[in-house]
Design a protein around this ligand. Structure first.
Ligand code: SF4
Length: 244
């Protein structure tokens, strides 16, 4: 479907879409959760996420940790994936193209699909634009990661597929992973002293600090797992950073 396709969705607050999911979240999602709940980004990571800040925490049989009865306890700061539901954004190829897709309705959902309005109207009503804009800015870090990794690593001596396989395994590990200060920094701008008064300023300062950390990091393995983690959290495949 495209942005002008007829689409509408009436949420009937049944809470069904907040169960049995794996919801990947971005650095900006963590920031918005923190600001909505008036906690630090570090507290938001601990309270609402798993996998070092990159996945929304769900509890068996209870659903999302933010679910309050059948309502979202984070509504104002809910992540992009929750705003998009029952739509999703699918990346097309390796470029900047994406397309909007319709997701399978959650089992037992009482949401009602319709055609009153367009996809664009729905996206505007869910206020997804700041999320998409911030994610596009965080994506600008990926070439910086890639350049630094390829500068530091002699891939004539180190087998690239094994190097990236380890990086992906580290990025996807839910426990037992190695400490990685760059991954910590990606999801926790408050710990880096970034501005807290305005989301746009936080993102701008966060990107500046992360760029410096990437340039200063001498360990390609730390860079690679952080790069893969950032790519996945923004909805991209690890190949976004691993391709030569
Ligand atoms: S953040 Fe809110 S909308 Fe998203 S899954 Fe959790 S309770 Fe549901």
């Amino acid at each position: 479907m495209n942005r002008n396709s007829a689409f509408s969705y009436a949420c009937n607050a049944c809470g069904r879409c907040c169960h049995d999911k794996v919801i990947t979240i971005s650095p900006y999602d963590v920031l918005r959760i923190a600001r909505a709940m008036q906690i630090t980004t570090g507290e938001a990571i601990a309270r609402y996420t798993i996998r070092r800040g990159s996945i929304l925490k769900f509890i068996d049989h209870r659903g999302c940790v933010a679910l309050d009865g059948v309502r979202c306890g984070l509504h104002r700061g809910r992540p992009l994936a929750c705003r998009l539901y029952p739509l999703g954004i699918e990346r097309v190829g390796d470029g900047d193209d994406d397309r909007v897709i319709t997701l399978e309705p959650a089992q037992g959902s009482r949401g009602v699909y319709g055609g009153i309005g367009t996809v664009d109207d729905f996206l505007a009503s869910q206020e997804v634009a700041p999320h998409l804009e911030a994610n596009a800015r965080y994506r600008e870090l990926l070439p910086k990661f890639r350049a630094r990794i390829y500068w530091l690593t002699d891939f004539d001596r180190i087998e690239p597929r094994e190097f990236w396989r380890v990086a992906v395994r580290e990025a996807l590990a839910e426990s037992g992973y190695d400490p990685n200060p760059l991954i910590d920094a990606i999801f926790d701008p408050d710990s880096l002293g970034c501005a807290r008064d305005n989301d746009a300023r936080t993102v701008a300062q966060h990107l500046t600090v992360l760029s410096k950390l990437i340039c200063d990091e001498p360990n390609p393995a730390i860079l690679a797992s952080a790069a893969v983690m950032l790519a996945i959290s923004l909805g991209y495949s690890p190949s976004e950073v691993s391709r030569p």
